[in-house]
Design a protein around this ligand. Structure first.
Ligand code: UDX
Length: 436
């Protein structure tokens, strides 16, 4: 099938490359000419495992190309909308200017029977408005939210847990749903659930899924606070809770909390939309979820300060991690960088290292010290804080090796990802988040 993917960020670039790998003929469109040039030359403009291989294959096969001309979308059977919906400046609502601009530019190129498939995360009600705007072209709008995780984006796009497609309950809507089923035919044939809903429900599924995940993380982080006050251990608690099949262990990782380009802004936009609908009280708990989350960053900073005797001024602190999570170079609302920035604000001599996100971090926070090599960051450190659980720190760093490099054997494990007993046995003062 012929597909266009409008917006080639973390979501769109992966979607375009993944669809080409399924045999579709795909054009990826983005207004950012630098991004287009990078993708067209086969180089991913951000770190995402397996994306480079997929780009190379797609470009070589001739089934994948990138452009900044919206006119090149003309003739595609399906136009996927994958532009960003960031937090609006000065508020909590989603900023829909990129969605609106994409539709404006696409409108003149739509033909009767084309399907416009929204993938961007939008406030419920947006799709109905967009459907009305394209009505005159006799193209059909469906909503097909994307649930991919950065770092697993290729995997999640090609083998998602489910497909959700929202459409109007009329003949055009039914036909458009059939077209989407055809796009994803291999995964559907392999048994991936394909759920058909109305437009509003499809939009809501995405917001609700992110709200649930954020709530689950903040729940366990709230338990970490109780564990800290009562001498319990939140990691053992999470294991015990996780064995309950009704609860499950995933997203019960206590630590410095969630960040990134999705969960924080999505729960805020979700609550802002609920307010607009006059149902703010229904999701009032999301404010608390946000507050608990941000409080864990304060807690990590406090652990470092306390471990260093109450004063970090002039002390050298190795910060292991900058990305908001491993296998990503994304630093948007990164709890890891936030901890580093706060320690720097207290006068510490902070040295940040990260296998993928140093360039992004240095551009955003030039006031921090950086080291490309992990061991360079550890050298002469008075304390070490691990804030992104990359394998390089979690699995590959032995307490003995680190101990030979640092000045002070103090480690704050902001992700509860280390074997505390092994670090203590090697003479380290170990501090976890909500752990004994
Ligand atoms: C998330 C959703 O998972 C995905 O479905 C949606 O499409 C986009 O938002 P992503 O932002 O890539 O994906 O990251 P995710 O892996 O969900 O992690 C989000 C944040 O939560 C990270 O900062 C991570 O470190 C943190 N996290 C995750 C925890 O603190 N504890 C956990 O147990 C799990």
């Amino acid at each position: 099938m012929r597909l266009s993917v409008i917006g080639c960020g973390y979501l769109g670039a992966v979607h375009a490359a993944a669809m080409a790998s399924l045999g579709h003929d795909v054009v990826g469109i983005d207004v950012d000419q630098q991004k287009v040039a990078s993708l067209a030359s086969g180089s991913a403009p951000f770190f995402e495992p397996r994306l480079s291989e997929l780009l190379a294959e797609g470009l070589a096969s001739g089934r994948l190309r990138f452009t900044s001309r919206m006119a090149d979308a003309a003739g595609a059977d399906v136009h996927f909308l994958a532009v960003g919906t960031p937090q609006a400046p000065g508020g909590h609502a989603a900023d829909l200017r990129y969605v609106d601009a994409a539709i404006d530019l696409l409108l003149p190129h739509l033909r009767a029977g084309d399907v416009v498939a929204g993938k961007s995360t939008v406030p419920v009600g947006t799709a109905a408005g967009l459907a009305a705007r394209i009505e005159g072209t006799r193209a059909t709008l469906v909503w097909n939210p994307e649930f991919l995780r950065e770092g697993w984006a290729v995997h999640d796009t090609l083998t998602p847990d489910r497909f959700v497609v929202g459409a109007e309950a009329d003949a055009a809507g039914e036909r458009a749903v059939g077209v989407l089923r055809e796009v994803y035919t291999s995964a559907v044939a392999a048994g991936t659930p394909f759920l058909v809903t109305d437009l509003a429900t499809a939009e809501l599924v995405k917001g609700a899924a992110n709200a649930f995940l954020a709530t689950k993380i903040s729940f366990i982080n709230a338990m970490a606070e109780i564990a800290e006050a009562s001498g319990a251990d939140v990691a053992l608690l999470a294991d015990a809770l996780g064995h309950d099949t009704r609860i499950g262990r995933r997203y019960l990782g206590a630590g410095i909390g969630f960040g990134g380009g999705c969960l924080p802004k999505d729960i805020r936009a979700f609550a802002a939309r609920a307010e607009e609908l006059g149902r703010g009280e229904a999701v009032g708990f999301l404010r608390e979820v946000d507050t608990i989350n941000l409080r864990r960053r304060d807690r990590a900073v406090q652990l470092v300060v306390d471990a260093l005797g109450g004063l970090v001024f002039g002390r050298r602190i190795a910060v292991l991690g900058a990305a908001f999570k491993p296998f990503s170079d994304d630093i948007r609302d990164s709890p890891a960088l936030d901890v580093a920035v706060r320690l720097r604000g207290l006068g510490a001599d902070v040295v940040v290292t990260d296998p993928a996100a140093i360039d992004n971090a240095a551009a955003a926070h030039p006031q921090l010290g950086y080291a490309r090599e992990r061991d360079e960051a550890l050298r002469e450190a008075d304390a070490v804080v691990i804030v992104t659980e990359w394998d390089e720190y979690r699995r590959d760093l032995s307490p003995e090796h680190a101990g030979a490099l640092v000045r002070g054997r103090i480690i704050v494990d902001g992700r509860n990802c280390l074997d505390s007993a092994a670090w203590r046995a090697a003479g380290w003062q170990y501090h976890g988040m909500g752990r004994r």
